[in-house]
Ligand binder design. Structure first.
Ligand SMILES: [Zn+2]
Length: 250
């Protein structure tokens, strides 16, 4: 049974207000129940196993679902990692015309369900409790993986048609990266910058220019024994500035 509050919440999802015909155009007074109904004050927990940050904009706020930290060697033995976002209820106002504004409350659960409309397939869900259970995390992972595998085969099909990067969307690329499959079409062109010494294109962040051997990042070069601008094979014992400064003071 749709309550007034739910109706109002659904209207708030759209940036463009829909005609409020069911409020009755002839009535001057509109009574809306904004009293808390039990779960209004409660929080809802959104869990995410997605490796991306998600920002969702609504009339009542911008919500950030943080990226889930990657599983490392240190955390490999522990429970599956997830990121958590706690949602609380919000108030909002609808402009119903004639200068009248209608305040209402949206429960945390309604907000959470609304935010996740398109995100379930990315491994994001509303927890039944305050935290995700292992079962919920497993279910979210298999749903996400199934969706991403569908995207990857779609990417394969699109790529086979004409090897055009324009056919491949970010969604396809992210799916391939998240699942960890190597695909020609998932290749993201590396950022290149100009070497200040010779002007050739070099990868961003490299220690030494591969064209002219100029040291582009002295600290990184020293770390790899490439200081001094001499041969690449110079061992790190060469008295680079880094080593000289670390000599004990008297
Ligand atoms: Zn260079």
């Amino acid at each position: 049974m749709p309550t007034d509050i739910q109706t109002a919440a659904h209207l708030a999802q759209s940036d463009v207000p829909r005609p409020l015909s069911h409020f009755g155009s002839g009535r001057r007074e509109t009574v809306i129940d904004t009293q808390p109904r039990g779960d209004i004050a409660a929080t809802a927990a959104i869990a995410s196993i997605s490796d991306q940050d998600w920002y969702i904009s609504r009339t009542h706020g911008v919500y950030h679902i943080p990226a889930c930290a990657k599983k490392t060697a240190e955390t490999a033995g522990s429970d599956a990692p997830y990121a958590l976002l706690l949602i609380t209820s919000r108030g909002d106002v609808i402009d119903i015309g004639d200068g009248r504004r209608l305040p209402f409350a949206i429960s945390a659960r309604e907000i959470a369900d609304d935010l996740l409309q398109d995100l379930h397939d990315h491994g994001i869900f509303v927890c039944a409790g305050a935290r995700p259970t292992p079962g919920e995390l497993v279910a979210a992972t298999s749903r996400r993986d199934a969706y991403y595998h569908r995207l990857i085969s779609e990417g394969d099909t699109l790529w086979a048609r004409g090897h055009s990067f324009r056919e491949i969307s970010d969604l396809h690329r992210r799916a391939a990266m998240t699942i960890g499959v190597e695909r020609e079409w998932a290749y993201v062109p590396m950022r290149l910058s100009d070497c200040p010494a010779c002007g050739e294109k070099v990868k961003a962040g490299v220690a030494v220019c591969k064209h002219c051997r100029a040291i582009l990042d002295p600290a990184k070069a020293a770390q790899h024994g490439l200081g001094g601008g001499a041969a690449n094979s110079t061992p790190p014992t060469t008295a680079t500035p880094v080593v000289a400064h670390s000599a004990p003071r008297k």
